[in-house]
Design a binder for this molecule. Structure first.
Ligand code: PEP
Ligand code: MG
Length: 838
């Protein structure tokens, strides 16, 4: 006799794939039939099929019934009862390692009034990109595979069954290797979907009833379940469409081998590419003329795809809710990596806001580029070369245009990724030679191929490892693949005759490794000499310092290495024992940790004692905020992604070496990274520019509203480097504006603020083309906006002193006339100096 168990759904997110797979795991152990009924909708489901369970659309607090009948029903009932009572409510608990977007999101007034839809995410490459949404891995069967008219349905089904069983074995093997972690849980959910009877059933029907081929049947299953999940109101269920897509992609490859690989994404207009993740090779395959933004479900700030995105200046968000399942392909959107949000359903106000944002960024870029071709150095004449990190020939040209004085890191492994065979010696030689030609006599540091870790190479068949970053990667694999390595070195040695090449080895941990590699280089140089091929016989060979052991062996390594380059990305992860790609440990993975700064200084001083050149090519070299510390370290060179170079050079020019060194010593003596950050902030706001200058006076400004006018005044300060966080300053202005209107009367407004984000006290003058409503005392619209921004550190007095003087002067008609009409900005500045006496 059938037995019933009633319960109320305890899961706030409803029964999506993860809880469904937990229930299925239990139900499938019994011969008894187990049926799940959703009493709210009347839908029933086979509890031994995940897909059937999720299709029952069970939501939080829905009344449910499990009906168990036949076979071992008593035993099944007992186990299911205890499962529902004890386990079911917890099977949706957040798995460890899930990234969550960062703190509160406060919208700028102009944007909050625009009413667009925002999804928060963690910005990993700053900037703003507009375009249409394109899915990274849209599921499209390759056009060369037939999908209809199967001649032998039995054979097609046999292919599917064989591939399904291979797929399950693959999951088991992979999960066995991994141990318990987030990836195992996700693979477990995929495996449960793949062995679901309903999944196979849909494909069997497609073949049996519609004479679809295996490819056609897989496409049908993908479409069927994606539509089923995608239509759900439950966000987590919608996200399962990606799991289905993954399984189907994998299945297709198992049936058809390389022929089953899905077609590449083609961009034909400004696009924002979104997806679960993207490999470096997939990123490089995208047409960057059209790639305006990236939205990934997860990736760390130093993962190689993110490094590439940064290098090409592609604004990138990770961990955006509802990505990829909840997005509509083809829709217009904005990746706002400055705000930390993906913005969709844009209206005209939102478009206007983003047009202003883009001109803010372009304004700053243009200003910085004006000085970027000067050699890098501080205001007191201390030279610090600023070089570029690149991985393709194409980037070299852009790097030099941005002011790079050399290439401080050429990541040669990018040539080797996402291929089925390694590039030939000739192919490699051509690229290396091309980069040297683009460098036109400037130095290029080629790093030998660094693979393993998050850069696997299928054709080398490196073993899957539980700790790839601590395992078999970079220099460590060269002896096993000596022929492969020699080909690579031969191409480099041959190219060395065509420019100013330096060669460096990744992940050096011991002196022996360095000796071994040197001897291989010497061997290939001898071979080139014997073959009469030109090469640079004085080629400098250096070691990357990215493993702590190397940092403590500088003196001994200096006997084998001609120079050093600090790979701070890896050095920091090994030093702090914090995975560089794991957002959960980002607070530890912080270059401001005092212990790390002490270690860096030890390394640089040791290199100096050995009279060795030393640079730094990790991502910390590209952060302008850290520049004072880098100058204090006394490096010979910093190397960063191309978009960072103009700001680095401009920042350097404003620094003094002795003060920076003093700052570094104080930073090292701190107890926490937070204290170092505070020191840096103080140091940055210590610099003084005059209160106003001709470049802070603008005429004929187009603004439709007060919000637009305030935004443009604040943006002008950002363009001229007088503040570092425009949104924080705008917020501070609006805080005062909310208390009382700053519309002064006579068509003048004096919005003002005091904020920690202001670096130099400033006055901005905007003369608007059309006056705007301001809520002024005399109800007059405002045609002249004078923004006063004062540093927090200066206290209330400084603010009031300037504000009161300004207000007194603006009372005079003659002063107002001059401010509104004087065309010569320099003359206006002189007039204001005289009147304000500041
Ligand atoms: C580094 O580790 O700092 C580095 C530059 O190498 P990669 O980021 O390629 O590992
Ligand atoms: Mg490294």
């Amino acid at each position: 006799m059938a037995r019933d168990l009633t319960f109320t759904c305890p899961l706030p997110n409803g029964v999506h794939a993860r809880p469904a797979s937990a229930l299925e795991e239990v139900a499938r152990n019994f011969t008894a039939e187990v049926v799940l009924l959703n009493e709210r909708t009347g839908q029933t489901a086979d509890a031994k099929s995940i897909l059937s369970i999720v299709a029952a659309d069970i939501r939080f607090h829905d009344a449910c019934r499990l009906r168990v009948s036949g076979g071992d029903e008593d035993r099944a009932m007992a186990v299911l009862e205890s499962f529902v009572r004890e386990t079911f409510a917890h099977c949706d608990d957040e798995p460890a390692g899930t990234a969550a977007p960062n703190g509160d999101l406060r919208l700028p007034p102009m944007l909050s009034r625009a009413g667009a839809v925002l999804r928060r995410g963690n910005p990993v490459v700053s900037g703003i990109g507009l375009g249409r949404l394109v899915r990274a891995h849209g599921f499209r069967i390759p056009s060369h595979l037939p999908t209809d008219g199967a001649c032998d349905p039995g054979a097609e089904m046999a292919k599917i069954d064989h591939a399904l069983s291979e797929l399950l074995t693959w999951y088991d093997r992979r999960m066995g290797n991994l141990g318990r972690c987030l990836e195992t849980e996700l693979l477990g959910a995929h495996r449960s979907l793949a062995r679901d009877a309903e999944f196979r059933q849909v494909m069997a029907r497609a073949i049996g009833e519609n004479r679809r081929t295996a490819a056609g049947a897989i496409a049908d299953a993908e479409a069927h379940f994606s539509a089923l999940f995608g239509a759900s109101k439950n966000l987590l269920l919608r996200e399962r469409t990606l799991d289905i897509e993954d399984i189907c992609r994998h299945l297709l490859q198992l049936v058809y081998g390389r022929d089953g690989e899905l077609e590449k994404v083609t961009l034909i207009e400004d696009s924002l590419v979104f997806g679960e993740s993207l490999t470096p090779g997939q990123f490089l395959a995208l047409d960057r003329n059209f790639l305006k933004g990236l939205v990934l479900a997860d990736a760390g700030i130093t993962s190689h795809t993110v490094i590439l995105a940064r290098s090409f200046g592609v604004p990138t968000l990770v961990g955006v809710l509802g990505v990829p399942g909840g997005l509509v392909e083809g829709a217009e959107a904005v990746v706002d990596a400055d705000l930390g949000a993906l913005v969709t359903e844009l209206n005209n106000s939102a478009r206007r806001y983003y047009a202003l944002e883009q001109s803010r960024l372009a304004g700053r870029r243009d200003r910085l580029l004006r000085h970027s071709q000067r050699p890098g150095g501080t205001c007191d004449g201390h030279r610090l070369e600023v070089a570029a990190n690149i991985s393709t020939l194409e980037e070299a040209v852009a790097a030099f245009a941005a002011g790079a004085e050399g290439i401080g890191l050429f990541r040669s492994e990018m040539l080797f990724l996402d291929r089925h065979t390694p590039p030939s010696e000739e192919d490699q030689f051509r690229v290396f030679k091309g980069v040297l030609a683009a460098a036109d006599g400037r130095p290029v540091l080629f790093r030998t191929v660094d693979i393993g870790g998050d850069k696997p190479l299928d054709y080398l068949q490196l073993p899957h490892e539980p700790n790839p970053f601590l395992g078999y990667r970079a220099l460590r694999i060269y002896p096993e693949f000596e022929v492969f390595f020699r080909t690579h070195i031969r191409a480099l040695v041959r190219a060395s005759g065509w420019g100013k090449m330096k060669l460096m080895l990744p992940m050096v941990s011991t002196v022996e490794e360095m000796r071994w590699a040197r001897q291989i280089v010497a061997g290939e140089q001898a071979a080139c000499a014997a073959a009469g091929q030109p090469f640079d016989s004085s080629l400098a060979i250096g070691a990357m310092i990215e493993v702590p052991s190397a940092g403590f062996m500088i003196a001994e390594l200096a006997r084998e290495a001609d120079f050093f380059s600090i790979g701070s990305n890896d050095l920091l992860q090994y030093f702090m024992a914090a995975d560089r790609a794991n957002s959960k440990v980002a607070a530890l993975y912080d270059p401001l940790q005092p212990a790390f700064l002490r270690f860096l200084r030890t390394i640089v001083e040791a290199a100096r004692r050995q009279d060795r050149w030393i640079g730094l090519c990790g991502e910390m070299g590209g952060q302008t905020r850290l520049l004072p510390l880098l100058v204090g370290l006394d490096l010979d060179e910093i190397s960063a992604t191309t978009p960072a170079i103009p700001a680095l050079k401009a920042g350097l020019a404003g620094l003094n070496r002795a003060l920076c060194h003093e700052l570094l010593l104080r930073a090292e003596a701190c107890a926490t990274a937070g204290e170092v950050a505070a020191l840096l902030k103080d140091f940055a706001t210590g610099s003084r520019a005059p209160l106003f200058s001709p470049d802070l006076i603008l005429s004929e400004v187009e603004a439709e509203t007060k919000e637009e006018a305030i935004k443009q005044a604040v943006d002008l300060l950002y363009v001229h480097d007088r503040l570092d966080q425009p949104r924080a300053v705008e917020e501070a202005v609006w805080e005062r504006e909310a208390a009382y209107s700053t519309g002064f009367g006579h068509g003048f407004a004096i919005p003002h603020c005091k904020s920690a984000a202001v670096l130099s006290n400033s006055l901005v003058f905007l003369r608007l083309r059309q006056p705007v409503h301001w809520g002024s005392l005399d109800d007059q619209p405002v045609g002249v906006v004078i923004l006063l921004a004062i540093r927090d550190a200066d206290g209330a007095d400084a603010h009031m002193k300037v504000f009161a003087k300004l207000a007194r002067q603006v009372m005079h008609e003659e002063v107002r006339e001059t401010i509104a009409k004087e065309k010569d900005s320099a003359a206006l500045c002189a007039f204001l100096h005289h009147k304000l006496g500041l």
